[in-house]
Design a protein around this ligand. Structure first.
Ligand code: IPE
Ligand code: IPE
Ligand code: MG
Length: 251
């Protein structure tokens, strides 16, 4: 996939790749005096709605941050509920994703998951691998720093000569081993829940992504909220280092 720092990418009115930090489930639940888990469960509805909305608008790639490498720091009970929710979601949705031509990919260090979840991830990925519709990537036990380190290690194992000639290392040598090598770089990043931070999401890939932050809590993020994000995206001038005048002259 092309690198935005090496080649100026083609851009259009609709982002080709949308990446989302789905945040605010806990606060949604607390505002209703419900347990945090009720917010996570309700958040699954927002996932369904967003997958449909992306499908409708011909967004090619949707990436969702479901569980960060730092989320293990949460109470054990919440972590185990979240894992259970992931299992039941994959079990329930696999066939419908497949019917709708969705290709599902999971990125992150899956070795930390219980064997049943690992097997399920492999099976849904295999089942949907040849689908040509939306590529839905779920980041689970994912961290941007983990990704960079695992890519570096994998690159050096695959091409040991690079260790002796580090000056030969180019972007493409490393990026081929990053967990997101199957997608173009995100055009639009959305974080719900009001926080304005990256929280160790895709550190490499967000280099030229347009960032959009909204106060809307994830369980409330519906198609109208997504439309607002898309409208904001359409107003951006993506210069990739050039001047505004250069852009106008070239279009
Ligand atoms: C995001 O919602 C879901 C995950 C991190 C799994 P939170 O659980 O972080 O919700 P808040 O931020 O506490 O409201
Ligand atoms: C980021 O949300 C991770 C996911 C949405 C999975 P967090 O709620 O964990 O982020 P911080 O801790 O507030 O930065
Ligand atoms: Mg949060």
């Amino acid at each position: 996939m092309h690198s935005s720092t090496q080649i100026i990418p083609e851009t259009g009115a609709v982002p080709q790749h949308v990446a989302v930090i789905m945040d605010g489930n806990g606060r949604w639940a607390r505002a209703r005096s419900l347990p945090r888990m009720a917010g996570h469960r309700r958040g699954v509805e927002s996932v369904r709605a967003l997958v449909r909305a992306c499908w409708k608008r011909r967004v090619g790639y949707l990436t969702l941050f479901a569980f960060s490498s730092e989320n293990w720091r949460r109470p054990a009970e919440e972590v185990s509920w979240l894992m259970g929710l992931f299992v039941s979601l994959l079990e329930r949705e696999a066939n419908s994703l497949h019917r709708n031509q969705v290709r599902l990919r999971v990125i992150g260090d899956c070795t930390a998951f219980e064997p049943r979840l690992q097997a399920l991830i492999h099976s849904v990925q295999d089942q949907t691998a040849a689908n040509a519709g939306l590529t839905l990537t779920i980041a689970a036990n994912y961290g941007g720093r983990w990704d960079l380190l695992q890519a570096l290690k994998a690159m050096l194992i695959a091409k040991p000569s690079l260790a002796h000639n580090p000056e030969r290392i180019g972007e493409a040598d490393l990026s081929a081993f990053l967990a997101m090598a199957h997608t173009p770089e995100p055009d639009l990043f959305i974080r719900t829940g009001g926080e304005q931070r990256i929280s160790n999401f895709m550190l490499w890939h967000l280099a030229y992504t347009e960032l959009y932050f909204t106060e809307t809590l994830w369980p409330d993020f519906d198609e109208t909220a997504f439309e607002l994000a898309l409208q904001s995206y359409q107003q951006r001038e993506r210069r990739f280092g050039r001047t505004s005048e250069q852009l106008k002259a070239s279009s």
